[in-house]
Design a protein around this ligand. Structure first.
Ligand code: F6R
Length: 354
């Protein structure tokens, strides 16, 4: 199998996406340390709601954190993936603008407006226009110094938002929880890195089952946004169509839409991300949902993060596994996992139309 030939993988992965994927635990570790010296003005604690502005690979970190803190935070957290701002944004809102490049126009348009409405702004970026706006509004700016694609810097983008929410007391995350997550991630990597042959490698095996299929990833609770991350990594790294669904919502519509197009069962492959920490009724729903797939001969695989001890490290383990699967699928599709030609084309055309 090509996935066991490391030289072949290097030939396809000319921009070394593998390194960035494997850096995920190190990114988390380094960002968590950096956050210790990141200072945020004390009046930010008074925020009554939080909005995170971002798109694509820069939005997902905030979305993952918001799915994790939803049931724990004393203030609501929203992710806004669009131009401008929702009308509720005002002087009580903490606005966190996240853009790896710092130049994503949707994010910039909202951040510019936010500067007129609230004095609680934070930017997370490598620089760009977002960096300039933070200087203009005298807002704290968390600078990322890591050369990669935005989606490959998730360890930074996610940990920065988590660190801000913790510093402001909206949630509690202790150092030992981060350290434990890093240990578990490194242990997982030992089992799924390219040096582990396909016969023993869960990520390689799953990628192989996804060849020529449309993956549909289903997640619930803290793993809902992880399902989206798997989908977007299949899109951008593997250049493959993919969709995601959220449980229990999936039980109220998607399970009815399994009869057409004809021969659907040959085309799709369901990945069910099962959380140790999900609602007991969700666990029953998962079993019944799988029965419905069996009855229709739809192929599926369940992912259960055996080593997870908390919702936070379960979420991080699930992200890491998905990133590796998307990488191996890119290799099977014989594509460079780093390139994103259609996104560049689109951004160039938009820039030309200004
Ligand atoms: C690229 C990627 C994209 C970008 C998005 C926004 O790796 O994942 O989804 O994240 O186009 O750009 P930035 O992150 O620069 O704001």
């Amino acid at each position: 199998m090509i996935l066991d030939e490391e030289k072949q993988l290097k030939k396809l992965d000319t921009d070394n996406m593998l390194q960035a994927i494997s850096d995920f635990p190190a990114q988390i570790e380094s960002c968590w340390k950096q956050m210790k010296s990141f200072s945020i003005p004390t009046h930010y604690i008074q925020a009554k709601n939080i909005i995170i502005l971002g798109m694509g690979g820069s939005a997902i970190g905030g979305a993952l954190v918001s799915s994790f803190v939803l049931k724990k935070s004393r203030v609501p957290i929203f992710v806004h993936r669009d131009y401008d701002l929702p009308v509720f944004v005002g002087s009580d809102t903490l606005v966190i603008g996240v853009s790896y490049s710092g130049n994503t126009e949707e994010t910039i348009s909202g951040f510019e407006k936010a500067g007129q409405l609230t004095n609680k702004l934070i930017g997370i970026s490598t620089g760009g226009q977002l960096g300039s706006l933070c200087r203009k509004f005298r807002a704290p700016f968390f600078e990322i110094n890591y050369g990669s694609q935005p989606r490959a810097a998730l360890g930074y983008l996610l940990t920065a938002v988590l660190g801000i929410a913790t510093k402001l007391g909206f949630i509690e995350v202790e150092d030992h929880e981060i350290n434990e997550a890093i240990v578990l991630l490194k242990a997982m990597e030992g089992k799924i890195h390219p040096g582990v042959r396909a016969a023993q490698n869960q990520a390689k095996q799953l990628a192989d089952r996804l060849r020529d299929k449309t993956p549909i990833i289903i997640g619930s609770g803290e793993l809902s946004e992880v399902a989206r991350r798997w989908k977007t990594q299949f899109n951008e790294n593997s250049k493959q169509v993919a969709h995601f669904e959220i449980l229990p919502e999936v039980n109220h519509n998607a399970i009815v839409g399994l009869d057409f197009p004809k021969k659907l069962s040959e085309k799709i492959f369901v990945i069910l991300l099962q959380s140790k920490f999900s609602h007991p009724r969700v666990k029953i729903r998962e079993q019944v949902t799988l029965q419905l797939f069996q009855q229709r001969k739809i192929q599926y695989e369940t992912i259960y993060l055996q080593s997870a001890t908390t919702p936070l490290n379960e979420m991080l383990l699930a992200i890491f596994l998905g990133d590796y699967v998307s990488y191996y699928l890119a290799m099977l599709n014989a594509v460079n996992p780093t390139t994103i030609e259609p996104i560049n084309y689109l951004k160039d055309r938009l820039a030309a139309s200004k």
